[in-house]
Design a protein around this ligand. Structure first.
Ligand code: PHE
Length: 339
């Protein structure tokens, strides 16, 4: 008899249930009116006196085991139900945040895209250069102030190794390795020894263009730049060319575009002139062609160079240059790229 009760205890201890109905069945089976425990109690009177104590204790142990089992099963069932209720499987997942292109890259890509539509191909050159590619090969006189320590970051002296101060250096590399016709675009970083302020930085970006072929004229240059200005700043944009000087172009000019902000009427951005300066340009100086082994009697060419930060400032009306270099995501997040 006692053995049988112990078996029931084991059975109760090992019992597990998947749902509340199974627990209820288990309860009725043991604790119900016709259940095992009631049956055992009703047999209590037939138990010999000396066994009554043992018998009673074991039945009680069975009863407690069953009750404890029911409570613990009910608790764990409630826990899993709660978990299931708090799990909303229809909820959309976490979104991955997409980065944005840097505003300087956006503007650089836009410039490259505009010129590639009329046949310009991109070439790149080194940022660390020698004197020949940055100055001498571009017809800079020996005493030109741009060679001065104030402008140029020198890495070594005699022979001079330096950081390029303009992307015109890539012109020289291209003329060394390619024969005309040449129609190339050189985007890249340049370095000048300037104090950092809202208007100047020691690192900035330029895009340079070079076109060399037979019969290239100033009219071709002007038409190319007009096309660029209209694509970049809008169909209504007008351009004007002011005479200027660069050692590597003759004649040289600076190009202004009509101010996009005020439409040419005059505002703070264009300093009430109605015009904005955007690039330098000119016909490639015959000396440059000759020193790079291109026959200047047969070939002519034009070149132009623009500052990417300057165009970004005009495009986005962000007039503190430093913001483009600080990598503050609150600033960068505002730019959306089409390129
Ligand atoms: N290299 C010149 C500058 O840095 C720009 C330029 C390029 C001018 C090509 C004329 C022709 O200011």
């Amino acid at each position: 008899m006692l053995e049988e009760i112990k078996k029931l205890i084991k059975e109760a201890e090992q019992f597990s249930a998947k749902n509340i109905e199974e627990i209820e069945k288990f309860r009725i089976n043991f604790l119900g009116k016709k259940g095992e425990i009631t049956k055992l109690f009703s047999e209590f009177k037939n138990v010999p006196v000396e066994q009554k104590k043992d018998f009673g204790q074991t039945i009680n142990k069975l009863k407690n085991t069953v009750i404890e089992k029911i409570t613990s099963l009910k608790n764990s069932l409630e826990d899993t139900q709660q978990q299931q209720n708090s799990l909303d499987l229809s909820m959309s997942g976490d979104t991955t945040e997409l980065g944005t292109r840097h505003p300087i890259s956006i503007v650089r890509n836009e410039i490259v895209d505009i010129f590639s539509r009329i046949g310009f191909v991109v070439s790149e050159g080194p940022e660390i250069e020698d004197d020949w590619h940055v100055f001498s090969g571009l017809n800079f006189p020996e005493e030109h102030p741009a060679r001065d320590m104030q402008d140029t970051f020198f890495i070594e002296k005699d022979p001079d190794i330096l950081l390029r101060t303009h992307t015109s250096s890539v012109q020289v590399h291209v003329m060394e390795t390619q024969k005309p016709p040449i129609r190339s675009l050189f985007p890249g970083r340049v370095f000048r020894n300037e104090a950092i302020s809202a208007r100047a930085h020691c690192i900035f970006h330029q895009v340079e263009g070079l076109y060399i072929d037979e019969n290239v004229s100033f009219t071709d240059l002007k038409q190319t730049l007009l096309y660029f200005a209209r694509e970049m700043f809008g169909k209504e944009t007008k351009i004007r060319l002011r005479p200027s000087y660069f050692p590597f172009t003759e004649p040289s000019a600076e190009m202004d575009v009509t101010c996009k902000i005020c439409g040419g009427k005059g505002c703070n951005v264009c300093k009430h002139t109605g015009w904005l300066e955007v690039l330098g340009c000119g016909m490639v100086d015959p000396n440059v062609l000759e020193s790079n082994n291109i026959d200047s009697k047969k070939y002519t060419g034009f070149a132009f160079g623009m500052g990417v930060e300057r165009l970004a400032m005009l495009k986005y009306q962000v007039n503190d240059l430093r913001l483009y270099f600080e990598n503050d995501v609150r600033f960068l997040r505002q730019f959306k790229a089409a390129y």
